[in-house]
Design a protein around this ligand. Structure first.
Ligand code: NAG
Length: 320
């Protein structure tokens, strides 16, 4: 049925009726009313109850850990005095079972350029040196960092490094001040994600950071990756150990110079080549939990300026 024209008498009558009724409602609303103290009390307690319910819902939905996750975490206080993060960036994946064969290349998943290069020896030295440091400093946590970066393996760089450290008795088997960071896809993430993992593990952010890696990457870590996360220079140390193979080091150095240039133009690795590297390493489509466990780092993790060298300028837990 078509709607009636506005001029239709019945319609006008309807509007008139509403207008009259409105007038009455208005005057009814404005007239004084009597209410017993009991009535008032009931109304107030209803309002109070409703307010509390709202506050409760609001607290439950503020960002942070969902209850189902939080309820599985014990309030372990052994991590309380830990404030020194030792990072070991991973470079490959060890598939061996016995540390005696740690220098057998066929037990490592390596990139072609990593073969016959003395690099495995350097990886092992990174692991050994960081383990030694962590045993010396009771306030440290060593974080082996690196994701499942190769298609043909079932494990992560980090897990394999830590397993090797334990197999080689570099760390006691019940050692609690060592853990893995299983998601980093490059050096920038090795640093940033290890800080997030430190927070996930200890409940606090580190005060000092030591990175144990290739000497040839010192400049990149100290001048670029550290600066990108705005970590203070005086709280940062880099310990560099290269392969003994000098010829190999020259070749690696060339590659490093190229990556240094790329990084200085794309500090957060979120454009072209550096982003492509991350994609190429993420065959297993994994992603990290740090938005959940360190929501205060979310903005930094997502920071991707059009001008790639522009530094993150938002809030950070370690900037006073
Ligand atoms: C290295 O490991 C492979 C695979 O287990 C084995 O066949 C080979 O004999 C090992 N090489 C040496 C020198 O131990």
């Amino acid at each position: 049925m078509l709607p009636l024209p506005v001029s239709h008498p019945q319609q006008r009558f309807f509007y008139d009726k509403v207008a009259i009724r409105d007038g009455r409602i208005l005057s009814a609303l404005r007239s004084r009313a009597r209410i017993t103290n009991l009535g008032l009390l009931l109304l107030f307690s209803l309002a109070f109850f409703s307010l509390m319910l709202n506050v409760n819902v609001w607290i439950d939905t503020t960002p942070g850990l969902p209850k189902s996750i939080l309820s599985t975490l014990s309030g372990d206080t052994t991590a309380e005095n830990i404030d020194h993060l030792i990072v070991v960036p991973g470079h490959a994946i060890w598939n061996g079972a016995s540390a005696e064969n740690r220098l057998n290349e066929s037990l490592w998943t390596l990139e072609p350029y990593q073969r016959n290069s003395g690099r495995i020896q350097a990886f092992y030295q990174h692991i050994a040196h960081a383990s030694k440091l962590s045993l010396q400093d009771k306030h440290s946590l060593v974080v082996f960092s690196g994701g499942q970066t190769r298609r043909e393996t079932t494990t992560t760089e980090a897990e394999s490094y830590m397993r090797l450290a334990m197999q080689a008795n570099l760390l006691p088997h019940d050692f609690i001040r060592a853990t893995t960071e299983n998601y980093a896809l490059d050096s920038h993430q090795n640093l940033l994600f290890s800080i997030a993992r430190f927070h996930e593990y200890t409940g606090a952010y580190p005060v000092r950071i030591t990175v144990v890696g290739y000497e040839m990457k010192r400049k990149r870590f100290a001048d670029l990756h550290r600066v990108a996360v705005r970590w203070a220079e005086h709280r940062f140390e880099y310990i560099g150990i290269d392969s003994d193979d000098l010829q190999e080091n020259d070749i690696a150095q060339e590659g490093e110079m190229k990556t240094y240039m790329e990084t200085s133009n794309d500090m957060y690795h979120c454009h072209s080549q550096l982003l492509q590297k991350r994609k190429n390493r993420n065959h297993h489509r994994r992603y990290h939990p740090y938005h959940t466990s360190s929501p205060e780092l979310s903005e930094l993790i997502e920071w991707c300026p059009v001008e790639g060298s522009m530094l993150y300028n938002g809030m950070l837990p370690w900037i006073e």
